[in-house]
Design a binder for this molecule. Sequence first.
Ligand code: HEC
Length: 161
Amino acid sequence: MARLIYFLAFVIGLVLVMNISKYQKQEVSNEKFDFKKVAEANLKKKKEIEELLKPKVEEKQEVVVVKEGPLVELTTPQLQAGHDLYKKCIACHGKRGEGKKGQKAPAIGGQFDWYINKQITAMQTGERVNKVMMPYISRLSPEDVANLSTYISKLPHMGQK
Ligand code: HEC
């Protein structure tokens, strides 16, 4: 009986020793307890999830730049010349000839060409006094004035009222 007990004790001891050596061979990993790594991994997952949840943009929308067409169809050399000369007048009279309150400049777009022509000519001769405009009109030829008048008479301002 005693022998049997010794034998059993020996076997149990042997099994224990074998198991212990088996556990010792296993590499101990601290990865699970490396909080920095775990946090990084979580963050990566979070980003991935966010990426997946993002509403998908089907196609990149093209930015369409709508160019404003010319206010007046520049079909004749006269209109083209008038258009070029009018650039100097825009600061006060506006792109559409709508005038500017701050400048005390009246609306002239769409006005009769003969009236515009008459006014500018009168200012040039001093018949009508307009000091602020003199620097812009004193050197204009009668042809320039005619071109300008034709262009301004075609400006859309008054037609829109
Ligand atoms: C510095 C501002 C200014 C600029 C630039 C200017 N104007 Fe004027 N314009 C005026 C003012 C102010 C009056 C009104 C004058 C008055 O009270 O008699 C006027 C009046 C006129 C009138 C008379 C309108 C009417 O109903 O009697 C015409 C036409 C005119 N401008 C055309 C032009 C043209 C063409 C140009 C460009 C070559 C031009 N102006 C540039 C300020 C300006």
